[in-house]
Design a protein around this ligand. Structure first.
Ligand code: RET
Length: 276
């Protein structure tokens, strides 16, 4: 069976090798470009962020910078995992799905690595707003729940209904994250004096993150209204803004406003603004 046959929906054995998946991706220019663009941008972003953070002395600013730097670093690993075929699989769709019985190329590694990258985004935002540790922990736990149940939704082959059940469980976790961003964290940011940049980044995050479940729903994993090359570009385009642009804006603000960031107190609680 040729690799091209897989995306045409022809039946293929389920256990494909990584090499088959990598070949399949390499032979689809739209799909391959959606991944390579992000490897390049993530690499450039990581280098730029290291350079931008070279003079940070405020400890909270350093923690925000460290969490933010992890975003492109996780991204490089994520996209190389997809390109190598390691975190991509051929999944046969269950009865009831628009492509029932056919095999689709699933980029399940995306959902897995989001469980590492999205907590870093939320940690950076939580530190910026000086949210209490309990709230940061709860929101990150819900966020990891969202990613892992999203992974389950993508990988289930036994039942169409259960794919969507996991999708909606993931959405429920997502609502918890959105609730904190909309209703709880802005107050903390106002107290911390970081309202303006927090508001910008929060708006960017909410709008862009809402795009991910929409893409999942119309992608081959969901209703199969668009091909995998387009859904992959959709995720990749959102990633450019939700990760690199987000991170750039945050690090730029942090490096320019260290003196107005409330530093960590030695031994725990909050301290007065640093005098640098
Ligand atoms: C899924 C499908 C199931 C329902 C929901 C989803 C939400 C995903 C989100 C992903 C955000 C990813 C980012 C990655 C950056 O590295 C898993 C697509 C709600 C919100 C920002």
């Amino acid at each position: 069976m040729s690799a091209a046959g897989v995306l045409d929906g022809a039946a293929v054995p389920l256990q494909q090798t990584q090499a088959d998946a990598a070949t399949e991706i390499a032979s689809n220019a739209l799909l391959a470009s959606s991944l390579w663009v992000n490897v390049a941008l993530a690499g450039l972003s990581a280098l730029l962020f290291v350079y931008m953070g070279r003079n940070i002395t405020n400890r909270r600013a350093k923690a925000i910078w460290g969490a933010t730097l992890m975003i492109p670093l996780v991204s490089i690993s994520s996209y190389l995992g997809l390109l190598s075929g390691l975190t991509v699989g051929f999944i046969q769709m269950p009865a009831g799905h628009a492509l029932a019985g056919e095999v689709i190329l699933s980029q399940w590694g995306r959902y897995l690595t989001w469980a590492l990258s999205t907590p870093m985004i939320l940690l950076a935002l939580g530190l910026l707003a000086d949210v209490d540790i309990g709230s940061i922990f709860t929101v990150i736990a819900a966020d990891i729940g969202m990613c892992i149940t999203g992974l389950a939704a993508a990988l289930i082959t036994s039942s169409y209904g259960l794919r969507w059940a996991f999708y909606f469980v993931s959405c429920a976790f997502f609502v918890a994250v959105l609730y904190a961003l909309v209703a709880q964290w802005p107050d903390a940011a106002a107290d911390a004096g970081t309202s303006e940049i927090f508001g910008t980044l929060r708006g960017l995050t909410i709008v862009l993150w809402l795009g991910y479940p929409i893409i999942w729903a119309v992608a081959p994993e969901g209703l199969a209204l668009i091909p995998v090359g387009i859904s992959s570009w959709g995720y990749s385009a959102l990633d450019v803004f939700a990760k690199y642009i987000f991170a750039f804006l945050l690090i730029r603000w942090v490096t320019n406003n260290q003196s107005s960031i409330r530093d960590f107190a030695i031994g725990g609680g909050a301290a007065a603004p640093a005098d640098d």
